[in-house]
Design a protein. Structure first.
Ligand code: PEP
Ligand code: MG
Length: 589
């Protein structure tokens, strides 16, 4: 095949060279017209496919390990979908009315359903489209007998429209060098699986299945987010060398994961992990992280039913025990904008990103907030726990939370329920208002954590999910750089510590700059922690301080990028290429 480059999202780092193995033969829908007398037979084939798929899913369910309750939930939902009367009846009607075969009718029905779900703003409902597609694919494969072999063989790059938990349970991944899917994002099952298997993965390449074929030779660049199809000899030589170099580097970095992250000139920066589920505690400990700098608590709230205090207590208790003796910073509920609860999806807001999200939602829905705070205060008595509040824009919000906690202390004490009366309380700095009142906030808080993902978007007035304005996402924009410096200095003037828990913390450009500005801690996904610690050990805080000064003086983003890159190249050499950066993606040169 002709050489072609496809760009996607790198969700698990590394390089792989192999031959394509297609899991699903998607796109090849059988499109056959039928005579009226054949309609009943096609409808019966559809019913038989539904039974066969349910049976296969039931088998997959039996293989799910104990600790993957989430997989079990997804498979159970897919089993229900496989016999959903709306889906099957509507496809059966189409067979009869349009006189088309079962595969074709099914495909039309699935597309129509998915189009409805895809348009929904609520991410929970949008995710249902993923399940419908996965079940649709299985039904079609059952009808057409086109399911690929489950043992993909040696040196293969497994490609699929998407991978669902049931696919994962069916597969033997021993020869798989990399995963590539047309759909999916950083939190998709593909991403989680690839990180678990420690193989590179790319997601979100919509054209990939139309471009490559079974057996094609491909290169997966899981650092740069590129798939190279039909590589030439030079490409193969270059990537073979890169892959070997990367593997050796990664082994070295991982072996040193538990060493402290002291810079060359002896400055220690605490490198912590971001977590979202108790099951990630093992990965967090393995990464060498000094505790959890951000535990996102929204996930248990995004289900159909709100969690009760007991359920939250169990979840938070499991996190604290899994991370002990290190500290966990729990962020209180941050729903709204891109993380809508089901209950919220009905309350239409004209601009959710500027609406009732984070602390604003919690202070409006006090019963939900009080339940969460009670669980956190109770878990705080037994572990090393701190709290932080998202989306703060006024001092009043912090004072109100302190009042609520005083009140809850009275309530819990009256009921003789053990709890921590006081817990270290910090705020996330992610709105321009919080930057400008950082001095006042620092006097009321025990620490700051800078949420650069939101801060950059709110500062530069760009919607985090709007691709049209993604080009404006410049972490080295002077407004961002000056804000970071102002926040760090305000915290230190009041004697409190400051951490960064947004993506910028794991970006080499961001890390060098933050070190130069004197940040105390950084926190990122556990998979980045060993690399961040390794990089800090190769940097020099005094030189980074000079760098930060020069970048602060610069109003020219390209010049700032050049200065940081030169500094990083001096310290890291060719290793710089092994660290994922989003800043380079916006490079002006
Ligand atoms: C951030 O905004 O940088 C952050 C860490 O929070 P989230 O990505 O969960 O909004
Ligand atoms: Mg945020």
């Amino acid at each position: 095949m002709a050489r072609a480059l496809l760009y996607g999202t790198a969700v698990s780092p590394g390089y792989a060279i192999g031959r394509v193995h297609l899991l699903h033969v998607a796109g090849m829908v059988e499109k056959r017209r039928i005579a009226p007398r054949q309609a009943e037979r096609e409808q019966q084939r559809l019913r038989a496919a539904s039974e066969a798929v349910r049976e296969a899913l039931r088998e997959a369910m039996g293989k799910v390990p104990e600790d993957l309750a989430e997989y079990r939930e997804v498979i159970a939902a897919q089993m229900e979908l496989a016999r959903d009367p709306k889906l099957l009846e509507s496809a059966a009607k189409r067979i009869e009315s349009d006189l088309i075969c079962a595969s074709w009718a099914l495909d039309e029905t699935i597309n129509q359903l998915c189009a409805l779900f895809d348009k929904m703003e609520d991410p929970y409902l949008r995710d249902r489209a993923q399940d419908i597609r996965a079940v649709g694919l299985r039904l079609r494969e059952s009808l057409q007998g086109s399911r690929a072999a489950v043992a993909p063989g040696e040196n293969c790059v497994l490609m699929a429209e998407d991978l669902s938990p049931a696919d994962v349970m069916d597969m033997d991944f021993s020869g798989v060098q990399a995963l590539v899917t047309a759909q999916g994002g950083p939190t998709s099952h593909t991403a989680i699986l690839a990180r678990g298997l420690r193989i590179p993965a790319l997601v979100g390449l919509p054209d990939v299945l139309a471009t490559v074929h079974e057996g094609d030779s491909v290169i997966v660049d899981g650092v740069g987010g590129v798939l190279l199809a039909g590589p030439e000899q030079d490409d193969l030589a270059q990537y073979t060398a890169l892959r070997d170099e990367y593997t050796a580097w990664e082994t070295r970095v991982r072996a040193a994961a538990h060493w402290p992250a002291d810079t060359r000139d002896g400055v220690r920066v605490s490198v912590q992990a971001n977590m979202e589920r108790p099951e990630e505690a093992g990965e967090m400990r393995e990464s060498g992280a000094d505790g959890v700098g951000l535990y996102r608590t929204e996930f248990s709230f995004l289900r159909d039913v709100l969690p009760g205090e007991r359920e939250l207590l169990e979840e938070y208790g499991a996190v604290v025990r899994g991370v002990a003796p290190a500290r966990v910073v729990f962020r209180t509920l941050d729903v709204g904008a891109d993380k809508m609860m089901r209950a919220q999806s009905n309350a239409k807001e004209p601009n959710p990103a500027l609406g009732l999200r984070g602390i604003r939602f919690c202070l409006r829905h006090r019963h939900i907030f009080r339940t969460q705070l009670r669980a956190l205060m109770r878990v705080g008595v037994a572990g090393n726990v701190a709290l932080m509040l998202p989306m703060i824009s006024t001092l009043d919000e912090v004072l109100t939370v302190r009042d609520i906690m005083r009140d809850l202390h009275g309530e819990l004490a009256a009921r003789h329920i053990p709890h921590a009366e006081k817990l270290p309380l910090g705020v996330m700095i992610e709105t321009p208002a919080a930057v400008l009142i950082a001095d006042a906030l620092a006097r009321e808080c025990d620490f700051f954590s800078i949420g650069t993902n939101d801060l950059i978007h709110y500062l530069l007035a760009i919607d985090r999910n709007n691709h049209q304005v993604a080009y404006l996402n410049e972490a080295l924009h002077p407004a961002v750089v000056r804000s970071l410096k102002r926040i760090i200095d305000s915290a230190h003037r009041e004697g409190i510590w400051v951490s960064v828990c947004g993506e910028l913390a794991s970006d080499p450009y961001g890390l060098a700059l933050l070190l130069g500005m004197g940040v105390d801690a950084v926190s990122a996904s556990p998979r980045f922690v060993p690399g961040m610690k390794h990089m800090l050990r190769r940097l020099d805080a005094a030189t980074c301080m000079d760098l930060a000064y020069n970048v602060l003086m610069s109003a020219d983003i390209s010049a700032s990028q050049r200065m940081v890159r030169e500094r990083l190249q001096e310290s890291l050499g060719s290793e710089l290429a092994f660290h994922t950066t989003s800043i380079l993606a916006h490079c002006h040169e």
